[in-house]
Design a protein. Structure first.
Length: 363
């Protein structure tokens, strides 16, 4: 039975199940990280934290692609557009993310830069097709969820022979970031793994974390009951002394994932080291275009001088993403930094932990 089919009274039953598991574990508290920003928003919007027993502590993680994109990436995108007279195409949630010096894609567009907000990389392809004399650079930001669609767009651009479409690769991989969080000293007893990403990579991708690191993992859906059931499953693993990968989100996720999507990604991208806001450089945690697609790689074909990035020194987004800080502990939170005047990306993104705390956590 899926979480969406739970009968009335199931929430209280799950709460009792969690309490019983914590009692059996002999622990006063268990700390669980919800990796995905969509989970964070669902938890706050539903008031789920208030339903959990006192012994459960939920910690937000680095699963917001906009939030973990370092300012250097945006600085390069803006410099590329200005140097080569290129148009930038981006998903809308990147528009207001601060780059160095307090600028952003939104501000640069207001100043005359050609920046197009798109819903799909195919929109960027169409833009390039309709303007054959204009270079178009698509900002490929996201996790394994969006990477297959971007890879498909690259293959289509190759088939159509487009010579004015380029990609600035910024995709990142979730499992290496989870390991980096643990290596960075975060004390966690379990992971609520992202449902969207897991549809693509499959639950097997977390085996190294569960078995190698000894941290239980449960792949969860996004309804409040999904998340509550995942917490119960993790609490029971902890009580039983088990460290496994379980799937709560069985209506969408398998152990093997989507093989077609994986093969499409592998045909276009190769794994590379990547820079993460708050986590630094994580080995083998990003995707870059393979050499055979080098003519579409903006970083290679459209070089631009990029000055050292200058992030706001008061912003604590990095520590929030690493699970070391709750947003209200940042001195800028709800003061200098708000959705109207965001200082860091965690307040900008619709999946950002700071935005979730600001919108729901203060009520």
């Amino acid at each position: 039975m899926s979480a969406l089919e739970l009968p009335p009274g199931a929430v209280e039953a799950l709460r009792s199940r969690i309490e019983a598991a914590i009692g059996r574990s002999g622990r006063r508290e268990i700390r669980l990280m919800e990796v995905c920003g969509t989970h964070t928003m669902a938890i706050f919007a539903s008031g789920l934290r208030s339903l959990l027993p006192p012994g459960v502590r939920l910690v937000s993680g680095p699963g917001c692609p906009v939030c973990v994109t370092p300012p250097e990436y945006l600085d390069r995108a803006i410099a590329t557009a200005k140097t080569h007279g290129a148009a930038l195409a981006t998903f809308g949630d990147m528009m207001r993310v601060p780059a160095s010096g307090g600028t952003s894609l939104e501000r640069e567009r207001a100043g005359g830069l050609d920046v197009l907000a798109v819903y799909s990389p195919l929109d960027a392809l169409r833009y390039a097709r309709e303007r054959p004399g204009r270079k178009v650079v698509f900002l490929a930001v996201g996790f394994e969820t969006t990477a297959p669609a971007v890879a498909g767009a690259v293959l289509r651009a190759r088939r159509e022979g487009l010579t004015n479409f380029f990609l600035l690769a910024g995709h990142k991989l979730i499992p290496p970031a989870m390991e980096a969080v643990l290596a960075g000293g975060a004390r966690l007893d379990g992971f609520i793994c992202p449902g969207h990403v897991s549809v693509i990579i499959g639950a097997r991708a977390y085996e190294r974390i569960a078995r190698g690191r000894g941290v239980p993992c449960v792949v969860a859906g996004f309804e409040p009951a999904d998340i509550l059931l995942a917490v119960a499953m993790l609490a029971e693993q902890i009580a039983d002394g088990r460290s496994e990968v379980e799937i709560e989100y069985r209506r969408c996720v398998t152990r093997e994932g989507n093989r077609t999507a994986q093969e499409t990604m592998a045909a276009v991208f190769e794994v590379a080291d990547a820079d993460w806001r708050g986590l630094g450089t994580i080995p083998a945690s990003g995707l870059e275009l393979r050499d055979e697609f080098g003519e579409l790689d903006a970083a290679r074909v459209l070089p631009a001088e990029v000055r050292p990035s200058r992030a706001n020194p008061g912003c604590r987004c990095g520590e929030v993403l690493a699970g070391r800080l709750e947003p209200p502990e940042c001195p800028l939170f709800a003061r200098a930094c708000s959705p109207a005047t965001p200082v860091g990306p965690c307040m900008v993104s619709s999946e950002g932990s700071c935005a979730a705390h600001f919108k729901y956590g203060r009520q």
